[in-house]
Design a protein around this ligand. Structure first.
Ligand code: KMH
Ligand code: ZN
Length: 274
């Protein structure tokens, strides 16, 4: 199977003042999305910012963002329900009102640098059941091996996601989560539910080892400035497209070139909302 490349262009952690290339306005996001689609991305994982450039889960802005991405690109639109570590659960749940194709769903609480990214079981369950009701395909974000166990428990108790495809993303190398190593990746992948598709992303300097291990193990890739701000030692990332271009080159070398957005929709079994 060809490689699904997801771009995570913004995140909630970096400040525009520190990282001028970070897309924070809707215009910047759309420009980034178009460039990344051209470079080989098929899905976009979206965090948005307010007029003050700070992270927000404002529903009006989320609606505008989903609409603009659908109008200007063919990318599968995945909204983050993780938001920022300070976002309340009710705001994170309300993200589904913007009717994305997909949304992230993190399968457990994790230390997150100096902070804690809270995802207690009852929140996971509420969010999961809402994805089923609203026909949104969840991407299960797995920061730790325990999250894989929680995913299996979630599926045992509440059944398959909308569409029937279990799709996961291993988020590796977060200070507090599983390390971004080939060994950790293989262990996590071997614990995934049967038939699951998965991508992997390595934070910071773990980005390359994780990408190479993911390709070697038959997985997909997530890249972007949410996760990585340094292209190579001492070299800041130029923009998101630069990271997607490199991922697409690696995918070609691995013999599984980047898949088109239409193929990503088939793989993930998203509902056609366009
Ligand atoms: N910003 C992190 C606290 C997600 O998008 O679902 C959570 C995160 C995961 O980025
Ligand atoms: Zn995110």
């Amino acid at each position: 199977m060809n490689t699904l490349i997801t771009v995570a262009p913004t995140g909630a952690e970096s400040a525009k003042v520190d990282v001028p290339a970070l897309p924070v306005t809707l215009d910047e996001l759309i420009e980034t999305a178009k460039a990344c689609e051209k470079a080989g991305a098929a899905m976009i994982h979206v965090h948005i910012r307010g007029a003050d450039t700070e992270p927000t889960l404002d529903l009006g802005r989320l609606n505008d963002t989903v609409g603009a991405l659908r109008a200007e690109t063919s990318l599968v639109v995945q909204l983050s329900t993780g938001g920022a570590v300070t976002d309340p659960y009710e705001d994170r749940i309300r993200v589904l009102d913007a009717e994305p194709d997909s949304c992230s769903l993190t399968c457990g609480t994790v230390n997150f640098g100096e902070d804690v990214f809270m995802n207690p079981w009852p929140f996971m369950v509420d969010l999961y059941q809402l994805t089923q009701e609203r026909e949104v395909v969840p991407e299960f974000e797995l920061f730790d091996l325990g999250h894989v166990a929680s995913l299996n428990r979630l599926l045992d108790k509440f059944g398959l996601p909308y569409g029937g495809q279990i799709h996961c993303d291993l988020v590796m190398g977060v200070p507090g989560g599983m390390p971004g190593t080939a060994d950790a990746l293989v262990t996590a992948v071997n614990a995934l539910p049967a038939g699951a598709s998965w991508s992997a992303t390595g934070i910071g300097r773990t980005s390359m080892p994780v990408a190479l291990a993911a390709l070697a193990k038959g997985g997909h890739l997530r890249v972007g400035m949410e996760d990585t701000l340094t292209f190579a030692k001492g070299q800041p990332v130029r923009d998101n497209a630069q990271l997607v271009e490199r991922a697409a080159q690696l995918a070609v070398i691995a013999g599984r070139p980047a898949m088109a957005p239409a193929d990503a929709r088939t793989l993930l079994k998203t509902k056609d909302r366009r």
